[in-house]
Design a protein around this ligand. Structure first.
Ligand code: HEM
Length: 410
């Protein structure tokens, strides 16, 4: 069995994820030492089988209390990925604490609750497209004007967050999503987190006075009835997580899938001919271009063996979700977006105890968004091939997607 290279492979937030995935997978060992921005090292699980094993492993926890480098103070407080690996919400909890926090919101994200939202999501999509139509023949940024707006409006309605609060939070959201290197953004992420947490604390106070038929009100009630079920900090962090976890990821899913479809018109033609559904398109989009590039971080609670390699207790492990979707052992011609492939299995929503709670909602939003968009604008075309990719380790997508709604060239 091949062993990982002892010199860690530097992960570059600006690298093309497909090129990076191919380079890592080519090294022959499914597990590699990698260097994250800020000089932090971790072990990365690279192929589908190994990444899945990491995501579901009973002795790899997401609770950062098991990461000695963090608890000993060797990770600087302002490490640019620090905000993404800790917090009081379910994403960074293990065991019973995780089950308790997840249990409080899971009913709201069950398939039947989500499917009931379809008509409302369709209304939101059509209203956004009405507004877009007025752009006429000019190029519009589909990411900003459509893909960003739809999931934000939906999750705000679910939670009961007023649209005015969202406008205030937009800048903070952007700073969280594309963290800047330490030297250029000292405190930027922490400030962004504080802005959002402050806004949510105000909202919670308002909702206590004026309860509504929304998830925020339900969570506040759970907190007020029994503090052991949910502390004040967990209440804010749970709302924070629900607002942020599904936003950029769903924006990227919609944007990347539109880009794949516009790059190969035969794929849209297959949907129009009835050979495939929009739901198939979304699954292939998730397989081909997982919005989450790396799932950060899990920590070994004891020595564990992954892909023939021993991971020492306390070591951090990340799972390469984008690379898993391009694993040549699982998918033939993995780099091609192809609705005809026999298997579209992917890990884009993770696996195991932390499997994405919003997966059904995200898929429904993307399915509705794509169907409405391509029906309303049958001649939709890319306005340029010159696209800028996001600079990010945890996510991968485009910064903007300029399109021509009525086709043609700019
Ligand atoms: C295309 C869209 C989405 C993608 C690709 C995505 C991806 C993921 C992934 C990979 C994880 C697991 C992370 C890990 O194990 O380390 C996760 C967890 C999570 N996601 Fe999503 N997500 C999406 C949409 C959503 C939506 C719409 C929501 C809610 C509104 C949401 C809420 C969450 C939450 C709360 C967790 C933590 C679950 C737990 O720790 O038990 N996500 N997501």
């Amino acid at each position: 069995m091949e062993q990982p290279d002892s010199v860690p492979f530097p992960l570059d937030p600006a690298a093309d994820p497909a090129v990076e995935a191919a380079a890592l997978l080519k090294q022959g060992c499914p597990v590699q030492n990698v260097l994250l921005p800020g000089g932090v090292t971790a072990v990365a699980a690279l192929d589908h089988k190994t990444a899945k094993q990491v995501l579901g492993h009973a002795h790899l926890t997401k609770d950062p209390a098991h990461w000695p480098a963090l608890t000993d103070g060797r990770i600087p407080d302002d490490w640019e990925l620090g905000a993404l690996v800790q917090g009081a919400g379910m994403l960074h909890a293990g065991g019973e604490a995780h089950a308790r926090l997840r249990g409080l919101v899971s009913a709201a994200f069950r398939r039947t609750s989500i499917e009931a939202m379809r008509p409302r999501i369709e209304d939101i999509a059509h209203a956004l497209l009405d507004r877009l139509e007025s752009a006429g023949t000019d190029a519009v940024d589909l990411r900003e004007e459509f893909a960003w707006q739809l999931p934000m409006q939906v999750i705000c309605e679910v939670l009961g967050v007023p649209a005015t609060a969202v406008a205030k939070l937009r800048d903070a959201f952007d700073r969280l999503v594309t963290p800047q290197p330490l030297e250029s953004d000292q405190g930027g992420i922490l400030a962004a987190q504080m802005t959002i947490a402050g806004e949510l604390t105000q909202l919670i106070a308002l909702k206590r006075e004026n309860p509504g038929a929304d998830l925020a009100t339900e969570l506040i009630r759970a907190r007020d009835e029994d503090e052991d079920r949910l502390s004040d900090e967990e209440l804010v962090q749970t709302m924070f997580l629900l607002l942020i976890a599904g936003q950029e990821t769903t924006v990227i899913l919609i944007t990347n899938t539109v880009h794949s479809l516009l790059s190969d018109p035969s794929q849209v033609a297959a949907v129009r001919a009835g050979t495939h559904t929009w739901s198939d398109v979304v699954d292939e989009g998730l397989r081909h271009s997982s919005p989450v590039r790396y799932a950060l971080m899990r920590y070994a609670t004891e020595n564990v063996e992954i892909g023939g390699v021993t991971i020492a207790k306390g070591e951090p492990v990340i799972a390469a979700l984008f690379a898993a979707g391009r694993d040549p052992e699982v998918h033939e011609n993995a780099d091609r977006f192809d609705l005809d492939r026999s298997s579209r299995q992917h890990l884009a929503f993770g696996h195991g105890a932390h499997y994405c709670i919003g997966a059904t909602l995200a898929k429904l939003e993307a399915e509705v968004a794509l169907g409405a968009l391509f029906t309303r604008f049958p001649h939709l075309a890319l306005a340029t091939d010159d696209l800028t990719t996001m600079r990010s380790i945890p996510l991968q997508g485009f910064e903007a997607l300029p399109v021509l709604l009525q086709g043609g060239t700019v």
